[in-house]
Design a protein around this ligand. Structure first.
Ligand code: NAD
Ligand code: ISE
Length: 333
């Protein structure tokens, strides 16, 4: 029997996930949708899916086995807590929540429930290139990882909607999560430097350079540029004691024209991570069909939230801002 899914939030990524859940993946059907913009939900709802005007009713509906949350970050806490209260597996887009207090509430609710239900949308962990990079690091032939260079470039961001805090509390969360996962480490402190501002973003604080101080002593530097025009460019290189391992340039058609010989760069995250999102949902469907969750957990969502909070403190203080974590509940070990 197919996993019957309700999708909350039918904006950009909600639509992309509905497409993959209805047209690409097996063993799943979208039976319900909700959006605060009811007209949008109605326009996007796949054939046969019910449009719910109440999130709570969608989550508790007997026709819904599992939930996909693609609303804005500020709405995630309430929606996640409702899914846990209903005992339903839930995929939640990043950021899991937008404050430490919210993250602790989600952790406490899931721990009290006693079983994992939450998977957070850190799709890089499902990308074949990142998985090969991690296999090399874990294989140990290059020795201990010492530094990781992470480059996160967006061609543009929605004017007025994407604010100066967002490189640090919206975009950085991907680099924070992938650094913890690649290096099997935790982030203990954060520094932020703001170079000369790009004129392309007006008043937007862009670009930014973030240093993540890992518990092991390794250091991660992250370049975040969100108005770089030429494309969506994600890079990563781990420097180890005996060598270096890097993500490849994405294979793409080679174009020869009056500008020379070149390969196209993805336009946005949808294109760059299309296969990673598919795999992320393949694994989510398998776990949710068994009534649980695997992959990036509420603990990982909590760690990313702490990093974002520390980065926001660091950009103001100009100092190295430490991170204090609660001890990890057994559920996440
Ligand atoms: P969007 O603005 O295009 O869509 C969000 C939708 O959620 C809108 O239709 C809005 O009306 C709806 N919504 C907002 N609050 C709601 C609520 N309380 N209840 C129901 N619906 C609500 O935004 P988006 O780009 O699709 O981003 C959505 C989420 O996905 C964000 O958390 C964002 O950070 C995340 N995201 C993740 C990735 C990724 O690479 N993993 C990429 C893009 C966006
Ligand atoms: C967006 O929300 C994403 O999650 C993308 O993966 C990221 O590259 C972008 O900067 C975010 O705004």
């Amino acid at each position: 029997m197919s996993l019957r899914v309700g999708v909350i939030g039918t904006g950009m990524i909600g639509q992309d996930h509905i497409r993959r859940l209805t047209k690409v993946l097996q063993g799943v059907e979208v039976v319900a949708v909700n959006d605060i913009d009811e007209n949008r939900a109605t326009a996007i709802a796949p054939e046969g899916a019910k449009v719910f005007t109440s999130v709570k009713e969608l989550i508790h509906s007997e026709t819904v086995d599992a939930v996909v949350i693609c609303s804005w970050g500020a709405a995630h806490e309430e929606q996640l807590l409702e899914c846990i209260a209903a005992g339903k597996p839930v995929f939640c887009e990043k950021p899991m929540v937008i404050s430490e207090e919210s993250a602790l509430k989600v952790l406490a609710a899931e721990v009290a429930y006693g079983k994992r239900l939450v998977q957070v949308g850190f799709m890089r962990r499902f990308d074949a290139d990142y998985r090969r990079l991690k296999a090399v690091i874990d294989g140990g032939t290059l020795g201990t990882p010492l530094m990781y260079h992470s480059t996160h470039r967006n061609p543009s961001v929605p004017e007025g909607l994407y604010t100066s805090d967002m490189p640090l509390n919206d975009t950085l969360v991907h680099d924070a999560d992938i650094s913890r996962w690649l290096l099997s480490d935790e982030i203990d402190a954060v520094e932020v430097r703001v170079p000369r501002r790009s004129t392309r973003g007006g008043e937007l604080r862009d670009p930014t350079i973030v240093l993540l101080h890992m518990a092991s002593g390794a250091i991660v530097d992250v370049e975040i540029s969100v108005n770089i025009a030429y494309g969506y460019d994600i890079r990563g290189e781990v420097s180890c004691e005996l060598g270096v391992a890097a993500l490849p340039n994405r294979p793409a058609t080679v174009i020869s024209d009056q500008h020379g010989i070149r390969q196209a760069i993805p336009e946005d995250w949808r294109e760059r991570f299309i296969e990673a999102y598919d795999q992320e949902f393949r694994e989510w469907i398998a776990a949710a069909s068994a009534g649980t969750a695997t992959g990036p957990s509420a603990w990982d969502g909590y760690a990313a939230t702490l990093t974002a909070d520390a980065a926001l403190r660091a950009v103001t203080s100009g100092q190295r801002e430490p991170i204090k974590r609660i001890s990890k509940p057994d559920l996440y070990n």
